[in-house]
Design a protein around this ligand. Structure first.
Ligand SMILES: Cc1cc2nc3c(=O)[nH]c(=O)nc-3n(C[C@H](O)[C@H](O)[C@H](O)COP(=O)(O)OP(=O)(O)OC[C@H]3O[C@@H](n4cnc5c(N)ncnc54)[C@H](O)[C@@H]3O)c2cc1C
Length: 499
């Protein structure tokens, strides 16, 4: 992963980074600095997957990266890819899964915003997509862990979503589908990109860092024929004969866009993504007539667990009421707090369910000898909280949660002093967020205009597009899975397009 810019010049450059500008007619281009078949904007999982496929199909491919390092947020990530339907790894771990179960979970959990055609295609081809990752050199360890949360061990398969929560498990056969590169630690994204980027280079892809893409260039027939960039202190035009793939990530670091499209995410305490998440790819697509979708969606995370014994506590809102089962995947919890509870929530615990140490993710706000004293000190109606606790404890003793169906392993009454409340609010807790909204695309990752027509020569993938991830986010691995899968389709379609 190369470095062309100093840290200081990078920060200065970003501060001064202009927004993407309107598309430029190719008739105004006096000379092309370079000419290739396919230009890919962004070197994360979506861009690199697009580049590999385009180059493998015989195209000359150039990947342009704004930052000095390659890999984007993908390289910072946990590296979980959501795959299923009987992958080689699932089989090696003795796990049974079907395409139908995977599809039903994604569609049911994603709710009304799921794009059924994309989900179905992704599930049907998931086994082959996993094989492709392995073929590029991503290494997986054939071992499964029942641990809740991203394994810090070398185990490669785990439940990365809410498949086991009764709301889904009662209707849909559950299976672990979080596929993580196999090594200790939480740096799976780095392993993923350290396999994919060399694979791209082996396929003949050229990477350039420190290049900020700013304007698409449009041919007289409406086809996207190139891109204008800032590089080495100069403005240059690069020709792309077969297409441009926008894979420039999302917009969690563009406060203005966040305020306009997803103000709930702007409240969250940690913008989660690399500094390239400025929304430039989305802006360029819009400037060429691209439509957007799901712009208010995002991954708002309240990482309550691990340790998972804290899930024996209850989470309440500012009315003193529970609103979710605490053992849901932490993105369901985060989404509910950020979007439906006005950003406020508290975890109520007793001696057995408290963290037991100072945890950076949450702030202890009240410690009390009785629940009455605890309720007195919290900013919610005291009687409502006591009622909530009484109702919860009564049923927990019978191993039941009639309201939300919490798993039995986390059901026990909250009754043993000391009682501790933690603030889980979006601006008080460690509450990461990133965006899901982006350009509308079809199954070949072609960018669609407002009439649903494909814009010739223009593609988008990963968080620059509105893809499989919707809010609430249903499982770790959907984003990298979507980016790599539809990135590949973009690269292949561009390479095979008529010049
Ligand atoms: C800590 C962390 C952990 C995560 N863990 C997981 C996980 O385990 N599984 C999962 O599915 N998701 C995970 N995510 C989310 C996931 O990492 C991202 O959604 C995903 O990496 C997006 O991929 P991408 O290719 O769209 O964008 P990126 O990987 O961000 O790549 C986009 C690249 O484009 C560059 N760029 C932007 N604008 C321009 C421009 N104008 N010109 C040139 N270059 C430009 C950026 O600098 C960047 O390098 C995690 C995120 C974080 C932050």
């Amino acid at each position: 992963m190369t470095t062309h810019l100093s840290r200081r010049s990078l920060v200065a450059g970003l501060a001064a980074a202009p927004l993407a500008a309107s598309a430029l007619p190719s008739s105004t281009v006096k000379s092309w600095f370079a000419s290739v078949d396919v230009i890919v904007v962004g070197s994360g999982v979506a861009g690199t997957s697009a580049a590999i496929e385009a180059a493998s199909a015989g195209s000359k491919v150039l990947v342009l990266e704004m930052l000095p390092k390659l890999g984007g947020s993908s390289a910072m990530s946990g590296g979980v890819v959501y795959c299923g339907g009987g992958t080689a790894l699932q089989k090696a771990c003795g796990v049974e899964d079907t395409v139908e179960a995977m599809r039903d979970y994604i569609l049911t959990a994603s709710g009304l915003y799921a794009q059924t055609d994309k989900v179905e295609l992704y599930c049907e081809q998931s086994v082959a997509h996993f094989d492709w990752l392995v073929a590029q050199g991503v290494h997986y360890q054939p071992s499964y862990t029942p641990a809740k949360g991203l394994p810090g061990t070398s185990d490669s398969l785990y439940y990365s979503g809410s498949e086991q929560v009764s709301e889904f498990a009662d209707k849909i056969p559950a299976a672990p589908r979080g596929h993580v590169p196999g090594h200790s630690g939480w740096t799976g994204g780095r392993s993923l990109m350290e396999a994919l980027i060399p694979a791209a280079r082996r396929a003949g892809v050229q990477y350039l860092t420190g290049v900020t893409c700013q304007r698409l260039i449009v041919e007289s027939d409406g086809r996207i024929g190139g891109i204008q960039v800032e590089m080495d202190g100069a403005t240059r035009q690069l020709r792309a004969k077969r297409g441009v793939v926008l894979a420039a990530g999302g917009f969690i670091h563009n406060r203005e866009m966040l305020q306009v499209y997803a103000p709930e995410l702007a409240q969250c305490s940690v913008p989660w993504g690399n500094m390239g998440d400025q929304g430039l790819g989305i802006q360029m697509g819009v400037s060429a007539g691209g439509a957007t979708a799901q712009m208010h969606h995002g991954f708002a995370i309240m990482p309550l667990y691990l340790p998972d014994h804290v899930l024996k506590g209850i989470v309440v809102n500012d009315k003193g009421q529970r609103f979710i089962t605490e053992d849901h995947y932490h993105a369901f919890l985060g989404h509910d707090i950020a979007f439906h509870q006005r950003g406020k929530a508290w975890l109520i615990t007793d001696k057995t369910s408290q963290y037991g140490y100072d945890d950076y993710r949450v702030t202890e706000v009240v410690r009390a000898a009785t629940v009455s004293e605890l309720a007195e000190k919290l900013p919610m109606p005291k009687d409502a909280l006591l009622e909530t606790l009484g109702y919860y404890n009564r049923h927990a003793r019978a191993q039941q949660d009639p309201l939300f169906g919490k798993s039995r392993e986390y059901l026990s009454p909250i009754g043993e002093a000391p009682f501790v409340a933690y603030d889980l609010s979006v601006d008080k807790a460690f509450f990461p967020a990133h965006t899901f909204g982006g350009l509308r695309t079809n199954l070949n990752a072609q960018v669609l205009n407002g009439f649903g027509e494909a814009i010739p020569g223009l593609y988008a993938a990963g968080r620059t597009s509105a893809g499989l991830p919707v809010a609430p986010y249903i499982a770790s691995g959907i984003s990298l899975g979507d980016g790599s899968f539809f990135g590949r389709r973009a690269g292949r379609h561009a390479a095979e397009s008529r010049v």
